[in-house]
Design a binder for this molecule. Sequence first.
Ligand code: ADP
Ligand code: MG
Length: 477
Amino acid sequence: MEWETVIGLEIHTQLATKSKIFSGASTAYGAAPNTQACAVDLGLPGVLPVLNEEAVHKAVIFGMAIEAEISHYSVFARKNYFYPDLPKGYQISQMELPIVGPGHLDIEVDGVSKRIGITRAHLEEDAGKSLHEDFHGLTGVDLNRAGTPLLEIVSEPHMRSAKEAVAYMRKLHELVRYLDICDGNMQEGSFRCDANVSVRPKGQKEFGTRAEIKNINSFKFVEKAINHEIERQIELIETGGKVVQETRLYDSVKDETRSMRSKEEANDYRYFPDPDLLPVFISEDYKQQVKAQLPELPQAKKYRFNEQYALDDENANILTSSRQLADYFETVLKESGCEAKLCANWITGELSAALNKARLEIMESPVSHERLAGLLARISDNTISGKIAKQVFEEMWRSPATADEIIAERGLKQITDTGAIEAIIDKIIADNPGQVEQYRSGKDKVFGFFVGQVMKEMQGKANPGEVNKMLQAKLKQ
Ligand code: ADP
Ligand code: MG
């Protein structure tokens, strides 16, 4: 039988606010355990939560960016459950009236565009963390994370393959970073995904029973976990079994999903409006203000790069994958005065490769935009060839020197003195009568040999176009 996969994602994004959603404690990552949890986060008696306006602001920014309906009136609710890392015995979340209503995000898979619906996005507080290592049979609880603002973004079950799910997740990741509402750091848990997966016979209208795979924190694992889960469900059904609705955990070491617990229903959580918090009212004016301040979004930037700079899709895609990279490109372009294509190729080629290798982000690049612009300007005005430029770049990566300083110091300036090139060509022709004979009898391939010899003799500093032209003329004589 042919099966169709149905996937919906719930993504928790940590909003990049300085303090927590209902208290003044810091949200900075990595502090010593329990040094950033105040009385409110600890759930001590008599404390009251106060809503952090910045968390609301960031949620509205997100809502406007996905063209969602923003609720004029939204309400916080208590989601009750017991867990050691949840001192109040409930999590403050939103249930019936979330701040962000239906919106959408467009993804592209294999050149085909598809619109994925976003059902809702709601504000909530994160829980603390249980620590099992270092405690010899005991569990430690770190409440630094308790109360960190989260925006949970729930998609419609619109995805039909692991690939589409990953494309959606990447698109969302790119967007929240563009909007500067989340740092997107997946290792630190700032962007985590729960994947709901079901299968149904192709053509069937009703959805199959889904399993929810919890807490997948990398793009690679999302794809693997989903594909693994699809296989498991199909095999189960084909051998006469039934998928049960449950929460499963993905084990990246064994590459398998394991049952964690049977799925709770919403009514198990006894949701009710939190009496300690006032409803949130969002005015039309406020929405319009936020909209006016939205940055250029990834899609729009990509189209503009295509149009304005005549870049191909691949370069435009890479360069607009982060706002910082796009800004870097546009700055280099302006500062160097070079062609867009040269700038794009260097940034997506040499520079990106070096950054990847060193595991650095563009903001951390040892080669600043000014210095790269300086290098590209020297390629453009023929001071150095592209090949020599790669050597200069390597040196720039290691030292703070400018391209001009390196070129001068190492004598890398391209030789434009045609007399000097001519002398070397004459010498090589004289030294290699056999190859000259071959070339003249029609073996065109030998031409490369001559170019190679001349370039070697000139340590790569001759202008290759000039060398070709002169060699051709000389060999014909
Ligand atoms: P819950 O509140 O139990 O988490 P929701 O109805 O909010 O359930 O759905 C959670 C996610 O599961 C959403 O992203 C939704 O698109 C997805 N989903 C719902 N039904 C299915 C299904 N049959 N197969 C795959 N995904 C589903
Ligand atoms: Mg859910």
